[in-house]
Design a binder for this molecule. Structure first.
Ligand code: CP
Length: 313
């Protein structure tokens, strides 16, 4: 079988996105199965994570696989000078699939080129976060009933936020209108605005963030200002509290508008928003389990038909 990685959202087709959403829906109905019985999943996290690592590991466990790996590269032989290439080739001796988060942009692509087993990108620097993108797409589809023609507001750190970069690419098939809400220091990079132009994606840019700005949003996608990506911490201090969503800013929101956030949050969403029916970020993180079960099946060659006809439930 040809090796199948999950490294970028850039080349994923519309049909594949809808197929993966169908698969995630099957897993939401029955998360516990034996489809990966006998398989070993490795999770290599060179950067901190709570949701991504734990939901991948939960997905592996719920599908009957066993899990090896590390959450902190300081406990590995990387500290003795072992290269990423050698680490990947060693782990591929032990595991059937490798889930990797790395701080270097392009690290997952590189790993996929040297690995004999499938690589799943769990985030590479400020570049891409394709598994987060799948759970975002699933969350949008579940809450809106469609991915077509939505008004999507991306708010906060659009410069370093890899989740918003992946979401723009995935949504190119569905005629969205994006609204980029960011201060100039954290504006959407030129390469992604160029991507929008090349793919006919409508977008507007805003620096104001008020209840009027977001009144026509279907999806309000908040992001954290990513302190760890700033080389100048003074600049981080200047922008860290630039936009804070409060409950009273939601009075004019459309009835079915949902607030997403990849999490973790720092203080960009007040806790008084959590009980508002527009808040969806905790359920969104929960959807990560089903999306990641679908990703494991996809890279390991298990089809939607096999999932639907699975007798291990
Ligand atoms: N959304 C996300 O990537 O969260 P973690 O950093 O906790 O994995």
């Amino acid at each position: 079988m040809e090796k199948h990685n999950f490294v970028t959202i850039a080349d994923i087709t519309k049909e594949k996105i809808l197929y993966m959403i169908d698969m995630a829906h099957e897993f939401e109905k029955h998360p516990n199965r034996e489809l990966l019985k006998g398989k070993v999943v490795a999770t290599l996290f060179f950067e901190p994570s709570t949701r991504t690592r734990l939901s991948f590991e939960t997905a592996a466990n719920r599908l009957g696989a066993r899990v090896i790996g590390f959450a902190d590269p300081k406990v590995t032989s990387g500290t003795k000078g072992e290269t990423l290439k050698d680490t990947i080739m060693m782990v591929a001796n032990y595991a059937d699939v490798i889930v990797m988060r790395h701080y270097i942009e392009g690290a997952a692509q590189y790993a996929s080129e040297v690995s004999p087993v499938p690589i799943v990108n769990a985030g590479d620097g400020a570049h891409q976060h394709p598994s987060q993108c799948m759970l975002d797409l699933y969350s949008i589809y579940k809450t809106q009933g469609t991915l077509e023609g939505l008004n999507i507001y991306l708010v906060g750190d659009l410069k370093y936020g890899r989740t918003v970069h992946s979401l723009i690419m995935a949504m190119r098939h569905f005629s969205p209108t994006f609204h980029f809400v960011a201060p100039k220091e954290l504006a959407m990079p030129a390469e992604y605005k160029l991507y929008c132009k090349e793919h006919g994606i409508k977008y507007e840019e805003h620096t104001e963030f008020t209840e009027d700005t977001i009144a026509d949003a279907d999806i309000l996608y908040m992001t954290r200002v990513q302190k760890e990506r700033f080389s100048d911490l003074m600049e981080y201090e200047r922008v860290k509290n630039v936009y804070i969503l409060r409950n009273d800013m939601l009075a004019k929101a459309k009835p079915n508008m949902k607030i997403l956030h990849p999490l973790p949050r720092v203080n960009e969403i007040n806790y008084d928003v959590d009980s508002n029916p527009h808040a969806y970020y905790i359920q969104q993180a929960g959807n990560g389990l089903y999306a990641r079960e679908a990703i494991f099946c996809d890279v390991l060659g298990i089809s939607l038909d096999e999932v639907k006809n699975d007798k291990t439930i």
